[in-house]
Design a protein around this ligand. Structure first.
Ligand SMILES: Nc1nc2c(ncn2[C@@H]2O[C@H](COP(=O)(O)OP(=O)(O)OP(=O)(O)O)[C@@H](O)[C@H]2O)c(=O)[nH]1
Ligand SMILES: [Mg+2]
Length: 306
């Protein structure tokens, strides 16, 4: 990625611009992707109420006058279920932690379980860690967070502990201020209008996967992956052909729904999101195919980009 030379006029003070990589880690479902989207100001990482929505390492880039924050969203660190797919997701978490300047560990207000402690134990020594205590909007009594903050502070050293609500965008400036101090001085690595390292093809597949996570029950989302067969951008229109792969024929039927109604709503809601993010019309065609055992097959996992 090319470096953008900084203009004299917007420099805060000579040499004071900061830029660094900030890994966002935490157990599944704590709100990491909601947080990165709120920080960047765009839906670059998919979210849902189900654990383990994120399966890829995704960069979210925020450029301000004084700093560029390169956030790294990661899959939720899984401690309960062992499978070839989960092994790959955990590997992605571990490798995202290597070489970052700051780690933001997201925990849920008032809950510090073994899964949170497992994530804390992964963080390499010598990297400053900021704790984002998320979902404080759920607490009936705000003061209830105080003993939790004390409990957290006793677990390890934190550069800062900040109670936030990613969903309501509460206290995100405080969180950013705490992170900014820890970034090294240096030039921006990405152009200032760049929001993510991922291309439209990747985001298109992710938006389809998000709708499946949001619209279907407990089984199908975990048995599903999405591939983009073709992506053509001509005269302002994006024509996208995608295939959803499931593990079993019964899951295909669940995805399609009666008379294909469910599939229609998945596709049209994914298409609307794409049109908003890409800023143009999208034609989307989605097929559903059965590919048994894809999540347990190392070769297929690689083929699907995990
Ligand atoms: N009430 C409340 N809900 C939140 C907040 N942040 C996230 N959530 C919800 O928590 C759920 C999980 O959010 P995600 O952002 O997908 O969580 P994640 O940590 O990225 O999850 P994985 O990718 O599965 O590890 C979603 O239903 C969010 O809407 C918050 O500040 N307050
Ligand atoms: Mg996520």
């Amino acid at each position: 990625m090319s470096k953008r030379p900084r203009a004299e006029s917007d420099a805060v003070e000579p040499g004071a611009f900061r830029c660094g990589h900030v890994a966002i880690v935490g157990r599944p479902n704590v709100g990491k992707s909601t947080l990165i989207n709120a920080l960047v100001g765009a839906r670059i990482s998919i979210t849902s109420r189900k654990a383990q929505t994120t399966r890829h390492r995704v960069l979210g880039i925020l450029t301000r006058q004084d700093a560029q924050f390169i956030f790294v969203d990661t899959p939720g660190f899984q401690t309960e279920h062992r499978s070839p797919l989960n092994e790959r997701l955990n590997r992605a978490v571990r490798s995202s932690l290597a070489g970052v300047d700051v780690v933001v560990v997201v925990v849920e207000a008032s809950r510090l379980g073994p899964a949170d402690r497992a994530v804390l134990a992964l963080i390499p020594a010598g990297v400053p860690v900021v704790a984002a205590v998320n979902k404080v909007d759920r607490l009936a009594d705000r003061a209830a967070v105080l003993p939790f903050l004390a409990e957290l502070a006793a677990v390890r050293e934190f550069a800062a502990i900040v109670p936030i609500s990613a969903e309501k965008s509460w206290q995100l400036d405080t969180l950013l201020a705490a992170i900014a101090k820890l970034l090294p001085i240096g030039d921006a690595e990405h152009p200032e209008d760049e929001l993510t390292d991922r291309d439209e093809r990747f985001l298109a597949a992710e938006y389809i996967r998000e709708k499946i996570f949001r619209l279907l029950g407990a089984e199908v989302p975990y048995a599903t992956t999405v591939g983009i067969d073709s992506f053509e951008h001509k005269a302002g229109l994006r024509r996208i052909h995608a295939t959803i792969y499931v593990d079993k024929t019964s899951q295909r039927a669940m995805l399609l729904g009666e008379h294909g109604e469910r599939m229609k709503s998945i596709a049209s809601s994914a298409r609307r999101d794409m049109e908003q993010l890409f800023g143009g019309k999208v034609f989307l065609e989605v097929w559903v195919k059965v590919k048994s055992g894809w999540a347990d097959d190392e070769r297929m996992l690689t083929q699907f980009g995990y």
